[in-house]
Design a protein around this ligand. Structure first.
Ligand code: AMP
Length: 446
């Protein structure tokens, strides 16, 4: 199992919600050592420490250092963090400890903890994390999401559940069928709140929230905190501790990023050559559309490179099969659209390849976050055609750095104006403030 170093520059800021003090008064003091560096120092009990050690986590990540002590004493947390920061353990570990301390028989359809997640993949991963960290506690977990039969989920709920992980739509269905109720609920987690909003889950979340006991602990996580998300947080949280890591608009420090200027018609050949490099051991290739993802898989197949696509038109089974193979290493290349890739938690992704640049510059940050998870190194390679130059400029403005230009293989360079080096508009004053994480060298093709 991979061991983890703490990120080199852990940009963590913590405040007791000073920014929304008008609606949620701040806590008076910091009750824990902010520089704790072992899980034991955070106050976790031996059974959890054993599970964490078995998973190869040597040190808590910054969000774990900040959030775990607060959550352990029952406080609300407003976490601003992307996936890859260790945020799942930041909420799962303290929840497991609190639930494990008051062992009761798991009740049918009456979870003590509810975790809301925007996608099935993320929900499944969160459930898996609860099972792994709670390995020695004997608590019961279940996951429910749409797009698959409801009966097995009903059976799991009836068998008794302590921790229920759910996507909002399916949960509302189960509530309507009276298969789930919240009389025993003591803790709610909202994960990736900004994604929930993107996916139109707000009405479902409101319905769920209205059915929950007011007396409860709430842990709320979002990668971004625009005003609409802050407004929801203000309504759901009581005197939260605000914990912020790796601010949005910055890419993961350890990812080496480069861009090839290549016209659309040459991208296919370039992709084959990039995937041919020996150090590309596990790659996620991003396309903008589902159709584009299928096309790339076919093109790779004709070049004898096995790949599988995951996107919204694929059945849940096909997506899960592809992810499982990707995770166990039998599939090296996964081709994904942005939506399908949300929450993919696979460690050891060596490369993220942006076959097409995302329309939305924040999408770039989320894509790049698929590699370099929890402190590992990773590489992000983007293919940028003439039509995509404006998108690249927006991305560079957002991440506040220029991406190193890699030299395209000679035979894939289009003659004419498209070959000219791009003039990217990045104001000098927004050049990367802390210095580059990696030397900004251009990779030469050899
Ligand atoms: P998350 O941000 O919750 O999506 O977690 C990303 C990945 O980091 C998961 O694969 C976790 O297993 C892993 N992880 C979480 N906490 C740690 C830690 N303290 N040390 C090493 N890996 C961790």
């Amino acid at each position: 199992m991979r061991s983890t170093r703490l990120p080199r520059r852990a940009r963590v800021s913590l405040s007791h919600n000073e920014s929304n003090a008008s609606t949620t008064p701040s806590l008076p003091s910091l009750p824990f050592a902010p520089d704790a560096t072992s899980f034991a120092e955070l106050g976790l009990e031996p059974r959890l420490l054993r599970a964490v050690a078995a998973l190869g986590h040597e040190h808590p990540t910054p969000i774990q250092v900040r959030a775990i002590p607060v959550a352990l004493r029952g406080g609300d947390v407003l976490g601003i963090a992307q996936t890859g920061t260790g945020k799942t353990a930041a909420f799962a570990l303290p929840i497991l400890q609190r639930l494990g301390a008051t062992r009761t028989q798991a009740r049918a359809g009456a979870p003590r903890c509810l975790v809301l997640s925007p996608t099935r993949e993320l929900a499944t991963q969160i459930r898996r994390a609860f099972d792994a960290y709670g390995n020695h506690l004997g608590l019961r977990t279940a996951v429910v999401y749409g797009g698959v039969g409801i009966q097995p989920q009903i059976a799991a709920l009836r068998a008794g559940v302590d921790v229920l992980v759910a996507t909002p739509g399916r949960l509302v269905d189960l509530m309507a069928q009276r298969e789930v109720s919240f009389g025993a609920l003591s803790v709610l987690v909202l994960d990736e709140a900004d994604r929930m909003l993107d996916e139109g889950f707000l009405p479902a979340i409101r319905r769920v929230a209205a059915a929950l006991p007011r007396e409860r602990q709430t842990l709320f996580f979002s990668a971004t905190m625009p005003a609409d998300i802050q407004a929801i947080a203000d309504r759901m949280l009581v005197r939260p501790t605000r914990v912020e890591v790796a601010k949005v608009g910055t890419t993961v420090d350890r990812v080496e990023q480069s861009v090839y200027f290549v016209e659309q018609e040459h991208k296919r050949a370039l992709l084959c050559r990039v995937l041919d490099r020996p150090h590309v051991t596990r790659a996620v290739v991003f396309t903008r559309t589902k159709h584009g993802a299928d096309r790339v898989v076919k093109q790779l197949a004709s070049a004898s490179v096995e790949a599988a696509a995951i996107h919204g038109n694929k059945s849940q089974n096909a997506r899960e099969r592809a992810l499982a193979r990707f995770r166990d290493g039998s599939l090296r290349v996964l081709v994904a659209t942005d939506l399908a890739a949300r929450g993919i938690d696979v460690t050891g992704v060596s490369h993220v390849i942006n076959y097409e640049l995302p329309m939305d510059p924040e999408g770039y940050v989320h894509r790049v976050g698929r590699t370099a998870r929890a402190g590992a190194d990773g590489e992000a390679i983007s293919f940028c055609s003439g039509e995509e130059r404006a998108r690249l400029a927006s991305i560079e403005r957002l991440i506040r750095m220029r991406i190193a230009v890699a030299e395209s293989p000679r035979d894939l360079v289009t003659e004419g104006p498209a070959r000219a080096q791009p003039r990217l508009h990045v104001p000098r004053e927004v050049a990367r403030p802390q210095g580059p994480a990696h030397p900004r060298r251009a990779r030469s093709w050899s």
